[in-house]
Design a protein around this ligand. Structure first.
Ligand code: HEM
Length: 308
């Protein structure tokens, strides 16, 4: 009690807890920056697709020959494993960065509850799960089907991050008419078919991630053409969505963005096919694939109603 309070006879306030206010401030900051953190979440999940590409395209898939340890004796890479060990181990470490961002997002949106909270939790749980699938790719000596699952799971994470962003902040709108909604869903499904077929092409082609790992045994040229046919169907479905949704500003905007990514990605796909898969182009093709996953998720989100 201060001298003044003693003189006034006022009841004394409990002393402020400096720790509690620092915690409240930190929580307030996180809540205020929930959208920015969710963008960081998306960028990190796209980023790890690209660093994963670097692992595969530099032949570093077994740079750390085992999992969860890097070698039988150590959790970290060492000199004898050379640059491949550094690249693979570096990619493993990125999982912690992704986990940290995902946890911050969960904390930031916790109070909002509902779908936003559920999505943030699923994404945060997806990070260690992806770490485990990544570990299984190593333990199965880069089995092409497991490698494909690992990439497709990342594509799914990217889509979830976009859904979360759309729930956090996107224009108020009425649901698009049924025909537009169906066209958007068909676009989404064809997008996923294209992504999956792309992983089959990769699993049949030369960039396995390690010289000795097994391939699917399918003809890479034939699979490339089947993959490209799915792309044509995807582009056609996107054009139909654009045409049907032309009067809905938001649908129109996000569908045009998707179309531009598809055309750029298709061009990279053909050029890499015709030039014997130079690693830099394949890396850009993987970045493009992650952007396609984001784009199809955004289109499918854009056709639903948003009142808040
Ligand atoms: C929207 C368009 C496209 C998408 C979303 C897409 C997606 C993908 C994905 C996800 C992969 C697998 C990457 C990996 O597993 O590491 C891939 C690989 C591949 N894509 Fe595409 N792709 C598209 C267009 C094309 C086109 C038009 C061609 C032309 C033939 C093409 C040729 C290839 C080839 C040759 C590979 C194998 C690369 C390798 O062996 O590393 N892609 N694509």
């Amino acid at each position: 009690m201060t001298l003044r309070q003693a003189q006034d006879g006022a009841p004394s306030e409990p002393p402020a807890d400096p720790d509690a206010s620092a915690k409240d401030k930190a929580l307030g900051w996180l809540r205020d920056h929930a959208f920015g953190l969710a963008i960081a979440n998306l960028i990190a999940n796209i980023g790890i697709v690209v660093t994963g590409a670097v692992v595969r395209l530099t032949g570093s898939g077994l740079g750390c020959p085992t999992w969860p340890k890097c070698t039988e004796e150590s959790y970290v890479t060492h000199e004898a494993l050379g640059i491949n060990g550094v690249i693979e181990f570096g990619n493993r470490l990125l999982t912690y960065v992704l986990a940290a961002i995902a946890i911050l997002v969960v904390v930031a949106v916790w109070k909002r509850g509902g779908t936003v909270r559920t999505l943030a939790i699923i994404i945060a749980c997806g990070v260690p799960l992806q770490g485990v699938i990544g570990g299984i790719t190593v333990l199965t000596q880069l089995n092409p089907y497991v490698v494909a699952l690992h990439l497709l799971a990342s594509m799914g994470m990217v889509g979830l991050c976009v859904w979360l962003l759309d729930d956090l902040r996107s224009p108020r709108r009425a649901a698009a008419p049924r025909s537009v909604r169906i066209a958007a869903i068909v676009t989404f499904v064809l997008g996923w078919l294209t992504l999956w077929l792309g992983t089959v092409v990769t699993g049949s082609g030369p960039h396995s991630g390690d010289l000795d790992s097994r391939r699917t045994g399918l003809d890479p040229q034939l699979m490339s053409h089947i993959h490209a046919y799915a792309v044509y169907a995807l582009v056609a479905a996107t054009l139909v969505t654009l045409w049907l949704g032309r009067k809905h500003a938001y649908v129109r905007r996000v569908t045009i963005v998707l179309l531009v990514i598809e055309l750029a990605q298709g061009l990279i796909g053909w050029v890499q096919y015709l030039t014997d898969l130079p690693v830099v182009l394949v890396g850009f093709h993987m970045l493009g694939a992650a952007l396609i996953s984001a784009g199809i998720a955004r289109v499918v989100c854009s056709v639903r109603a948003r009142s808040v």
